[in-house]
Design a protein around this ligand. Structure first.
Ligand code: GDP
Length: 443
């Protein structure tokens, strides 16, 4: 996510580190670089100009000029201004109204509206224990209604059936009535998109808005479309009283321009970002954390939140009990660690949030999703007996396991080595001393 921008800005800060102190002249140089980096990231020009002016003003302030640690001082200023540009703090959904709270989703075709409806339903259901109803008012593409139905079924969320012979307003009213009668807390309404802004689409969504009087009207937009995303957001914002923006596909090679400009240009907060195609790939947007990520400082808070959500506490507890009882950590437990990691979005999702130096270390050690899948495949080819007694795995068994998993014996050996290392760590952990001791052993 936003790798190029991160690299460019890290470069600017590294250059400043070599300087004895911040002066007007080296601030000018750094600012020129920051401006270039932002333009390259497809940030809108007026936003770049204003941002640079703000950073300059703050950097020339007494706290920074003459500072003996120019890199740090400058990074502090840029971090603060980036955060401010993206909106200071997280703007949460406002669902405080007589139920059902209606969320109307707007956006162009392909932006990720339907996917986001599913993700949002899952998030509100899982994290906020809300009873959700999903409905599609897209009568132009039968496949769109079907797509939402499939998603709802997969996620175990209630779905209000509609068909293309109905009018969007009639569907919306019927769904609202159903949600009231069945005590749904939230009604999420998917709408028809078009390839580009057109008047008929705008008129239709304005009518839907007037009919439903939603408490939240979210504009869903593809972050990879850069400045186009910002222009479409502006057009939708003029037609509808948007309450927030969802930036999708932030996991792609988005250059970051949309994330940095959209708030400033539209005056509406980014409430969520889409970070994968999967149903759990929606995150609350925190400007400060995003600024940290952009500056290569990592986003450890989001990582911790994900860990708490993704980890199956039942499994974690079982493992902890096993260790306390002195019973060994075996290959089944080892495999469980990969499963947990996948639940947290896989290695690539984790790397994105680690500080730049750590994620480089992880990249250097070549731990990626592919190698994790391979490790899991190898464990899958073992018999249950082998998994609980790894010491049984000698030459012949190794060959059989390798053939079964479609890998070389060398890979089986690698896995067994990694397992032994982890086992050693686990033993140390369970014998007391806990985390601190384990960390010392790794240092
Ligand atoms: P709609 O036409 O606006 O309803 O768009 P869809 O929900 O059908 O999404 C269009 C495509 O974008 C689908 O292939 C989705 O899987 C994909 N998509 C949506 N959100 C994300 C995201 O956050 N990350 C990634 N990688 N893909 C996404």
């Amino acid at each position: 996510m936003l790798d190029n921008l991160t690299q460019r800005l890290s470069g600017v800060i590294k250059n400043l580190r070599g300087q004895a102190r911040l002066t007007e002249s080296n601030i000018q140089d750094a600012l020129r670089e920051v401006r270039m980096a932002l333009l390259e990231a497809d940030v809108a020009l007026p936003v770049v100009k204003e941002f640079a002016a703000q950073v300059k003003e703050a950097a020339l302030g007494h706290e920074v000029i003459g500072n003996l640690n120019p890199g740090q001082a400058f990074i502090g200023v840029v971090h603060r201004e980036l955060t401010r540009l993206m909106g200071e703090h997280n703007d949460a959904l406002n669902l405080t109204t007589t139920p059902p709270a209606v969320i109307l989703m707007a956006g162009l075709q392909g932006a990720g509206k339907t996917t986001t409806c599913g993700k949002l339903a899952k998030l509100l259901h899982d994290q906020h224990k809300k009873k959700i109803l999903l409905v599609s008012c897209d009568i132009y593409r039968p496949a769109a209604i079907e797509q939402l139905r499939t998603l709802a079924t997969q996620l175990g969320i209630d779905f209000f059936a509609s068909d293309i012979s109905q009018k969007p307003q009639d569907i919306a009213l019927a769904a609202l009535d159903f949600a009231r009668k069945h005590h749904h807390d939230v009604l999420i309404v998917d709408t028809a998109g078009r390839l580009a802004i057109d008047e008929a689409m705008m008129a239709e969504i304005q009518q839907l808005h007037a009919t439903l009087k939603p408490i939240e009207t979210l504009f869903v937009v593809d972050a990879m479309t850069g400045q186009d995303a910002v222009n479409t957001a502006r057009a939708f914002g003029e037609a509808l009283p948007l309450t927030g923006i969802v930036l999708t596909k932030m996991d792609g090679d988005s250059r970051g321009g949309a994330a940095l400009s959209v708030r400033h240009v539209t005056g509406r907060p980014i409430k969520f970002i889409g970070v994968s195609e999967k149903p759990n790939g929606l995150e609350a947007f925190h400007p400060e954390r995003m600024a940290s990520r952009i500056l290569g400082m990592g986003d450890v808070l989001s990582l911790l939140e994900e860990a708490q959500r993704g980890v199956d506490h039942g499994e974690a507890e079982k493992l902890a009990k096993k260790m306390q009882a002195g019973k060994g950590f075996d290959l089944n437990d080892f495999k469980m660690q990969f499963v947990q990691m996948r639940k947290m979005g896989g290695m690539s999702a984790l790397m994105d949030k680690l500080p730049a130096q750590l994620s480089q270390a992880a990249a250097d050690s070549k731990v990626d999703d592919k190698s994790i899948n391979r490790l899991e495949g190898i464990i899958n080819s073992m018999t249950p007996q082998e998994r609980s007694h790894p010491e049984l795995i000698k030459a012949q068994r190794k060959k059989r396991i390798a053939d079964g998993a479609g890998v070389k014996v060398m890979h089986v050996n690698q896995l067994l080595n990694q397992f032994e290392q982890t086992q050693k760590m686990m033993k140390m952990f369970s014998k007391g001393g806990g985390m601190a001791k384990m960390m010392r052993s790794m240092a």
